[in-house]
Design a binder for this molecule. Sequence first.
Ligand code: AMP
Length: 121
Amino acid sequence: MSYDNNNIFAKILRGEIPCKKIYEDEFVLSFHDINPQKKIHALVIPKGKYIDLDDFSSNASSEEIVGMLKGINIVAKKLGISIDTGKGYRALANIGGDGGQEVPHLHFHLFGGEKIGRMVQ
Ligand code: AMP
């Protein structure tokens, strides 16, 4: 499967569709999920064209991988849910069909602001 340049997050990265931006740097863009499942529901996506976490782990540069992980931490801090606040959150990536992935551009969901509950339903 090749990367679909017309997926919704590719359009957001190109500025063709608006988003409620939380954070942006060289490696990542973060914005609020359009259909939040918890009080805080943010998405963190790499700027590079990666379909999912497997694609990213196989093909991204070390700098991009570090940038992604650091981006999650920066966003959690900006949202006031990082572990140093005493709160915490859940980071989750759906991968492929069985994983329930709908948008074919890697994204981490960050859920927080309340107890997140069961890991899998
Ligand atoms: P997934 O099922 O892991 O692929 O999650 C895709 C997520 O993208 C869902 O939580 C959607 O609510 C979210 N989403 C879809 N379109 C947008 C959009 N335009 N802006 C923000 N979030 C979106």
